[in-house]
Design a protein around this ligand. Structure first.
Ligand code: UD1
Length: 361
């Protein structure tokens, strides 16, 4: 057998969705005799935003934690770059693999590329076409410099081709978030989540909101609170709250404006969160990953945003974009929201396809 050209791979994680994306790939790479090295940037650091995902998904502890913590975009990105450069220099690294669209993704991709190390981007090609979103800038910049572009869906491949990326650098690998979901589906199904949260199956809305566009202005935050209050008259709400949202609610003095039918919780673990999605009547969110998970689970999803980088969840899934306005309440109870198609390569085998691809380069 010929010697592998790629063996030592830095896998970069930093924020909550990254942990979900790396979970299965790490194991498959290891089994296939690659040497994955797990680098945690420390962008997310609290137990409920980080540690609990490692234990829930049985991810080994990171080999290195850069411990950057929370800062403005420029400070966080540059701190990750400085710290990661120190870690990269002098180590044998054949490839740096980055995930998704968070600050840790672009910061480490830039650092590696400037040291002439190959960069692979998992979840390449997604575009919301809204450059006010920090994640859109991270996606564009990361894809611009990556050597290998692992796209989750055909629309992502198309975006990369339109931008002039070399077709030989693009590979339709599939949706890596779905790998983790399907790998854990039996554990998720075995949770008696309704008893745990004292709710009835399909009789509550599950809500997650944390995007700056929804929570960083008082006007938007007020609209969101009013919207949730109005729909909670219909059906109770379970709302695990992201620290950014909690902080901004407090800052705008809106924390006590929620109706009594809305249960505010701390951020939940992966398995609990998916289980709550699965048994809900509908999910209301601004998260990227949850738009995909609800499509796979065939649960109606209402995304509180003007655009999505995951249009396939609308055209072939259960997702619909909404604004925080009362007129949408009727959509939420619309029973027609059902997944129509099996989406190509959302089959739980993305990690295997990426690993097979790496064996051949
Ligand atoms: C980041 C990502 C976003 C992703 C989200 C998932 C960027 C630009 N944004 O947004 O794409 O959807 O993660 O959750 O990378 N905090 C804690 N504990 C933590 C981490 C953060 O309390 O472990 C608090 C801090 O007060 C911080 C705030 O949450 O200022 C926001 O965290 P930050 O990482 O800046 O952005 P997110 O909103 O989490």
């Amino acid at each position: 057998m010929s010697a592998k050209r790629i063996k030592y791979i830095d896998l970069i994680v930093g924020a909550r969705p990254n942990f979900v994306k790396v979970a299965k790939l790490y194991k498959i790479l290891k089994k296939s005799n690659f040497r994955p090295f797990l680098i945690h940037t420390g962008q997310h650091y609290s137990n409920e935003m980080s540690d609990v995902f490692f234990s829930d998904l049985k991810i080994p502890l990171p080999d290195i934690d850069l411990n950057v913590g929370s800062h403005s975009h420029a400070v966080q990105t540059s701190l990750i770059m400085q710290k990661y450069e120190n870690i990269l220099i002098g180590r044998k690294v054949d490839m740096v693999m980055v995930f998704g669209d968070v600050n840790s993704t672009v910061a480490t991709a830039l650092t590696a590329k400037k040291l002439h190390i190959s960069v692979a981007h998992v979840e390449a090609g997604l575009r919301s076409f809204d450059r006010r979103m920090p994640e859109e800038i991270n996606r564009l910049a990361t894809d611009a410099i990556s050597d290998y572009l692992f796209a989750p869906s055909e629309d992502a491949v198309k975006n990369l081709l339109i931008e002039g990326k070399n077709p030989s650098s693009i590979f339709l690998a599939g949706n890596i978030m779905i790998d983790t979901l399907l790998e854990n589906i039996d554990r998720i199904k075995s949770y008696d989540i309704c008893s745990k949260f004292n709710v009835r199956n399909k009789k509550y809305y599950y809500v997650t909101i944390h995007r700056p566009s929804n929570v960083d202005s008082k006007e938007m935050m007020k609209k969101t609170v009013n919207f949730l209050n109005s729909i909670s008259n219909d059906c109770c709400i379970i709302f695990p709250m992201h620290p950014r949202t909690l902080k901004m609610l407090d800052y705008f003095k809106l924390t006590h404006k929620f109706s009594k039918y809305i249960r505010i919780l701390s951020p939940q673990s992966y398995l609990t969160s998916i289980s709550l999605e699965m048994h809900s009547k509908a999910v209301i969110t601004d998260s990227g990953g949850i738009q995909e998970e609800t499509t796979l689970l065939n649960v109606p999803c209402f995304t509180l945003r003007d655009s999505t980088e995951r249009p396939i969840t609308i055209t072939e899934g259960t997702n619909k974009l909404i604004r925080a306005e009362d007129e949408y309440v009727k959509d939420i109870i619309d029973p027609k929201k059902r997944r129509k198609k099996q989406i190509k390569n959302w089959d739980g085998k993305t990690s295997e396809r990426i690993t097979d691809f790496l064996k051949k380069i």
